[in-house]
Design a protein around this ligand. Structure first.
Ligand code: GAL
Length: 743
């Protein structure tokens, strides 16, 4: 009610133009102490002997290696009353504390203002990758205006990196931007390559205020900041009556533009803005004639169930034929799904044909039956980057369905992987049991297999997973047997609480839990791809294959920001020599499309060019490609990113060599990957903030002086080049090419 009265008074006042920087930074001056004591929340506690610490970086990297458990952070801050005066809507004090790894309990001058233990419960089950945004009523006596305040944060880390790191650290009084929702989450639709449409929705999130003012939509060319399209219109909207605005700019060329939406409130003259990149589609539509895509080699172990769906684009219906199938396998000529079991080890060349009313495509598929699987990097979907711990049977089925209905299955996408959040505990015999969100795992895998797809699951070698669910510690063989019974094809095995078992592991200690699970998986009669997840500890790329991993994470968790993507992606050259058929470096899952770590999602915060960079680089790196978005909301742009067969062919190339950085100059980096046919795939990346010319010196490739170059995203030959190939590259973007000696 207080809020309502103050609003009524305030709207009569007149304010100057908005200053969106009306906040106090909270990323400096933090003090730190290991351990746990409730007295550390008190404002008067003398913390001068505490050590200084930086936020934005884990405590492990600041002198507390391998520390898991409780620790406290404290900061002193003056909260000026001018923040309150400057706010038009005076919506409450907001304290943003980045993302805390894992759980926290936060106090302002001794009063608890928030807890994140996964929304309820003890902080020991906190969610490490959720923004901590705590709100305090402006009338709350805990706030000491114009005086010293103490924010004290009790943190609990279950394993891996810990502390207050990544995200925004600031304190503000909530105002117009917090109550006006410029909802730009609807996808862009494409009517031809340069005509697009998009629906913007304006919502008033304050319960009592009606918004009126001007909406300005401006489209600019990021290469010269020139406006290429603009509209201004009066708008009004309330909480119950949002405003929908459909705009349809025609764009001068096929590239990314920036669109800025600005709402200026008429009484305060304060503005709220949002900006996003307008995507552009490069992948040509597949031909209506059949084309066989995906890996040319697939591998399985003798006597284990075999499943392979031949990926084919082109008009349906398609009829499939396969000559030379090894004994024990059969093909469904209608679906292109090959199933069965091959007892005899060997290399089998299968001549595959796909035909429709318009034509016929043929290709040789090699089926290797031996002791190796994952001959090419896994391609599929994983629930974590979208659904986090809110994953459920229904969401997994929806993803599997979308994999088929959106046609991704025709480009080689195969795995449907459940990440953390499916486990309930153990039954009286010690068998792992799924929680209520997964009523019948066996039925789920049968359904996924019936689509020609494979199913993955997640566990930890520790007693608990990162999300606080039951891990496999001391139940490894039993869990492997359960997975086999359920029909699981992929296991992501995440270190997490194994730190409780071995807090200071040496190399043998790092390897031990993975060797134990490897032995357990070897004991079942099913191929289960073994995906190690321990964030790169102990240079895992040097020994991941030796302990039987089919892939291993080389880094901490990715998020949908350029700093995360570029830091991970452009530092993979150190691991590159260790990748090869059956054992791959894993720079973490894809962050294109609608992501959010569940349950609420947002469009990837990567710009369109950053997303082209992401897919191009991951394919060059021969990385496992695990889509991390809500598959049921795949938009045209994201589909274009995930369905370019010439780009995906780099990832799935039979030679299995990972790209290396072969040249760099200023902001430009060139990464190159040798291909099985003798050609070289190269990405010219621009890490700078401006459009720049990138050059690839041809001599570096050792393909001769004269080469022919093909643009892979556009699937277009660019002609012959001598000495050097150059192209203009957008900021954070890429030109991805494949190069052969000229004919
Ligand atoms: C993290 C892992 C993520 C996700 C999560 C589940 O350690 O890196 O990819 O699996 O655990 O809790």
């Amino acid at each position: 009610m207080k809020f309502f009265l103050s609003l009524c008074c305030l709207v009569l006042l007149s304010f100057g133009p908005a200053n969106s920087q009306d906040f106090i930074r909270l990323d400096q001056g933090w003090k730190f102490h290991l351990g746990d004591s409730s007295s550390w929340a008190a404002p008067g506690y003398d913390d001068h002997s505490w050590k200084s610490i930086r936020v934005h970086r884990s405590w492990e990297s600041q002198g507390y290696p391998d520390y898991d458990g409780y620790a406290w952070y404290r900061v002193h801050v003056t909260i000026p009353s001018s923040l309150k005066t400057a706010s038009f809507l005076k919506g409450g004090l907001r304290i943003e504390l980045g993302e805390i790894d894992d759980g926290d309990e936060t106090f302002l001058n001794g009063t608890r203002i928030g807890i994140n233990g996964g929304s309820v419960g003890p902080i020991t089950s906190g969610l490490y990758n959720k923004e901590r945004i705590y709100q305090v009523n402006l009338e709350e006596p805990a706030i000491r205006w114009d005086a010293d305040n103490v924010i004290a944060v009790r943190v609990y880390d279950r394993g891996g990196d810990g502390g207050m790191w990544t995200g925004k650290y600031r304190l503000s009084v909530m105002d117009l931007p917090d109550f006006v929702d410029l909802d730009d989450s609807a996808p862009f639709s494409f009517q031809g390559s340069r005509r697009i449409s998009k629906q913007l929705i304006l919502r008033d999130k304050s319960p009592v205020y009606g918004m009126a003012g001007i909406l300005q939509v401006t489209v600019t060319d990021p290469s010269d900041n020139k406006t290429v399209w603009e509209r201004t219109l009066p708008v009004s909207f309330t909480a119950s009556r949002p405003m929908h605005y459909l705009f349809l700019p025609a764009l001068p060329s096929q590239q990314s533009y920036e669109v800025t939406y600005t709402f200026t409130e008429q009484k305060s003259r304060k503005s709220v803005s949002a900006q996003e990149g307008i995507p552009y589609i490069l992948t040509p539509k597949p031909s209506p004639k059949p084309r066989i895509n995906g890996a040319r080699v697939t591998a399985s172990r003798p006597g284990h169930p075999f499943l392979f769906r031949i990926p084919v684009t082109g008009n349906r219906p398609v009829r499939f034929q396969a000559k030379g199938l090894p004994e024990g396998l059969s093909l469904d000529s209608r679906t292109g799904i090959i199933t069965g079991k091959v007892d005899q080890a060997g290399s089998y060349t299968v001549h595959v044909t796909a035909s429709n009313s318009l034509g016929k495509a043929t290709r040789d598929l090699t089926i290797l039956v031996g002791d190796q699987i994952a001959y090419t990097p896994a391609m599929g979907w994983n629930s974590w980057n979208c659904w986090g711990l809110s994953v459920s049977d229904a969401k997994v089925r929806a993803s599997a369905n979308a994999m088929v209905s959106k046609g991704l299955v025709n480009h080689g996408w195969t795995y449907i992987n459940i990440d953390d959040g499916w486990e309930k505990g153990r039954d009286s015999q010690g068998n792992i049991v799924a929680n209520d969100k997964f009523p019948d795992m066996r039925a789920l895998s049968s359904y996924i297999h019936s689509l020609g797809l494979k199913m993955g699951i997640y566990s930890s070698p520790g007693p608990k997973t990162c999300g606080g669910y039951t891990g496999s510690y001391q139940h490894e063989a039993r869990d492997a047997a359960t997975y086999a019974r359920w029909g699981i094809d992929y296991l992501k095995y995440d270190w997490c609480s194994y730190s409780e078992i071995d807090p200071h592991p040496d190399l043998a200690g790092l390897q031990k839990p993975y060797r134990v699970m490897r032995a357990a998986l070897d004991g079942v009669d099913r191929d289960i791809l073994f995906s190690l997840c321990q964030y790169g500890m102990g240079a895992v790329w040097k020994w991941g294959a030796e302990v039987g991993g089919n892939s291993w994470r080389t880094t901490g968790d990715i998020n949908d920001s350029w700093s995360s993507l570029s830091t991970i992606g452009f530092h993979q050259n150190i691991c590159a020599p260790y990748a090869g058929p059956g054992h791959w470096n894993d720079p973490d899952m894809l962050v294109v499309g609608r992501v959010g770590w569940g349950p609420s999602l947002h469009n990837s915060r990567l710009t369109p060019d950053e997303q082209y960079t992401h897919i191009s680089l991951w394919c060059l790196l021969s990385a496992p490609l695990l889509i991390g978005c809500d598959m049921s909301q795949l938009d045209d742009f994201t589909l274009n990113l995930l369905s370019n067969d010439e780009v995906l062919a780099l990832d799935q190339d039979a030679l299995g060599r990972e790209a290396n950085r072969i040249d760099s100059s200023g902001d430009i980096q060139v990464w190159a990957k040798p291909m099985a046919d003798g050609s070289i795939a190269a990405g010219l990346f621009n890490l700078g903030d401006q459009m720049e010319k990138g050059t690839l010196p041809i001599g570096l490739l050792r393909l001769g002086d004269l080469v022919q170059v093909r643009d892979l995203w556009r699937q277009k030959d660019l002609g012959n080049f001598r000495d050097a190939f150059s192209a203009m590259i957008p900021s954070h973007g890429v030109v991805l090419v494949r190069i052969w000696p000229a004919k």
